[in-house]
Design a protein around this ligand. Structure first.
Ligand SMILES: NC(=O)c1ccc[n+]([C@@H]2O[C@H](COP(=O)([O-])OP(=O)(O)OC[C@H]3O[C@@H](n4cnc5c(N)ncnc54)[C@H](OP(=O)(O)O)[C@@H]3O)[C@@H](O)[C@H]2O)c1
Length: 162
């Protein structure tokens, strides 16, 4: 699987570059294609050229919630939405757009979990097509991140994070 990753140029066409990747796919060198740092218009453009299996954008509890509709659109089209910075969130994006620290800590205490696990659990609750790709160099964190798959949040709990 290969993502075409572009660098935050919203109005830019990706047709040429996605077309070149499609040639590699047609030659059997790539099995699946995805796109990253993109808008719904980019997805339309890419899907007119070849199947797209995933969209990878920055998305977390406290950043980039303008992608809420895009996330839903991906689900409607059977495309995986793969958020990066699900844990780091606003720390990687230059400060919080909204501050959910207190709500995250309350849920972490209620579930005997860590704030990072609550962030990942929230991510996985955004839809069956939403995946998690947390980055870690710490084995304890890795085990905690895997365990998050079993952390269930109720609709009422999720509402405290919106
Ligand atoms: N497509 C793109 O443009 C793009 C851009 C950026 C990133 N990415 C990809 O997205 C993935 C995630 O990116 P990321 O790693 O920068 O962001 P992230 O997963 O949101 O955050 C990683 C940070 O969270 C910490 N962390 C991870 N698990 C934790 C846990 N259980 N408890 C506490 N802290 C924890 C890590 O530190 P420790 O190492 O100490 O655990 C690290 O500092 C990576 O695969 C990356 O390559 C893609």
């Amino acid at each position: 699987m290969v993502n075409l990753r572009i660098m935050n140029r919203p109005g830019e066409s990706i047709a040429d570059r996605f077309g070149w990747l499609t040639e590699l796919r047609d030659a059997g060198l790539i099995r699946h294609l995805g796109i990253s740092n993109v808008s719904p218009a980019h997805l339309d453009e890419a899907q007119a050229i070849a199947p797209v299996v995933c969209v990878q954008n920055s998305y977390s509890i406290d950043t980039h919630r303008e992608d809420d509709k895009f996330l839903g659109l991906c689900g409607e089209r059977g495309i995986a939405f793969v958020p990066f910075f699900a844990i780091a969130g606003s720390q990687r994006e230059g400060g919080p757009a909204t501050d959910h620290t207190a709500a995250i800590e309350a849920l972490a205490a209620a579930h005997d979990a860590t704030p990072a696990q609550i962030r990942l659990a929230w991510t996985l609750h955004q839809g069956p097509h939403v995946l998690a790709i947390p980055g870690t160099g710490n084995l304890t964190h890795l085990a905690q991140n895997i365990a998050t798959a079993a952390l269930h949040l109720t609709p009422e709990e999720l509402a405290t994070l919106n």
